[in-house]
Design a protein around this ligand. Structure first.
Ligand code: NAP
Length: 276
């Protein structure tokens, strides 16, 4: 069965739109893009469209490729103090003169829509309320929507990146899954993946996960985004794996739309935290 991220996203956006109207929420998201990365521009457009749909204002700050780190920090400092700005996103990737972890870590934690600051990360580690990284929250929301049990399940996550794999492993532990995290040094990856009740690929290597990696009846979540001949390709070889899986995300159309929906949820949650 398909885990239809677009359908779930649309339902979430309708609910958020109602909430924003009823509660007269006046949220404004600031998006900072340094440079002109093509994929980032698409991601920003998706966020803008979702914001427009549900009644969230957006202010974009497009900075030149050679902008100095100290100038991005100055902008974040200004936005942190601005009462009308209720959420901030620093779009990744950033040019090499900028340390993404350091600079995004300076965002006011109550305006930290991506959930990358030390405060939100530590709260995730402690299993306390936090603004959670949106892709992580999106995967969990999608599993919950389809009533797929997480507690007690063996969740194998391929990839330990800071944006998906690593925070996802913490979130899954918090939900009482048994978690295995695999990465580029993992031996016998196929054997390990074969043991998963829920297999989540967050790598960025086209069609890494073939039928040999998947137990019959497993739930398969494909987070990876690669571009091959201008087309988006995931980490999972969908044609081979779909017949084996009990549930599987399409890619595109699975995790990506859920990430956008959770960005919108985090903007509303951040507004409620009250910013400064
Ligand atoms: P990342 O930081 O580059 O992490 C990639 C991970 O994959 C690393 O942990 C790496 O291992 C591991 N890896 C690389 N080659 C491997 C192999 N052959 N076997 C097993 N593991 C391998 O990437 P990320 O930011 O976490 O993102 C992962 C993917 O998700 C990317 O394709 C990204 O575009 C996509 N993504 C999608 C969404 C969405 O909304 N759909 C959102 C965010 C990211 P090491 O740690 O050992 O190097």
């Amino acid at each position: 069965m398909l885990l239809d991220g677009k359908k779930v996203r649309d339902e979430i956006l309708v609910k958020l739109q109602e909430q924003i109207m009823q509660e007269k929420i006046k949220a404004t998201l600031a998006i900072i893009l340094v440079g002109s990365d093509e994929a980032s521009q698409i991601y920003i457009r998706n966020k803008e469209q979702a914001c427009a749909k549900i009644g969230i204002n957006v202010q974009k700050y497009i900075l030149k490729e050679d902008t100095l780190e100290k100038d991005v920090i100055k902008l974040i400092d200004k936005l942190n103090k601005q009462e009308d700005i209720t959420g901030i996103i620093l779009q990744s990737p950033v040019p090499k003169q900028i340390d993404f972890a350091k600079v995004s870590g300076l965002i006011n934690p109550h305006k930290d829509i991506d959930g990358f600051t030390k405060e939100n990360t530590y709260n995730l580690y402690l299993n306390k309320k936090c603004l959670m990284p949106c892709t992580v929250k999106g995967i969990i929301t999608l599993l919950n929507y389809y009533d797929i049990p997480i507690a007690g399940a063996h969740v194998v996550i391929v990839g330990r990146g800071n944006i998906v794999g690593h925070p996802l492993s913490l979130a899954m532990l918090n939900l009482n899954a048994t978690v295995t995290v695999a990465h580029s040094h993992t031996q016998n990856l196929a054997d390990i993946c074969q043991r998963a009740d829920i297999l989540i690929a967050a790598v960025g290597k086209p069609k890494l996960i073939t039928k040999e990696y998947v137990k019959k009846g497993a739930v398969v979540i494909d987070v990876g985004v690669s571009r091959v001949d201008g087309k988006i390709v995931g980490d999972v070889d969908y044609a081979e794996v779909a017949p084996l899986a009990s549930y599987i995300t399409p890619n595109p159309g699975g995790v990506g739309p859920m990430t956008v929906a959770m960005i919108m949820e985090n903007i509303v949650d951040a507004y409620k935290l009250g910013g400064i």
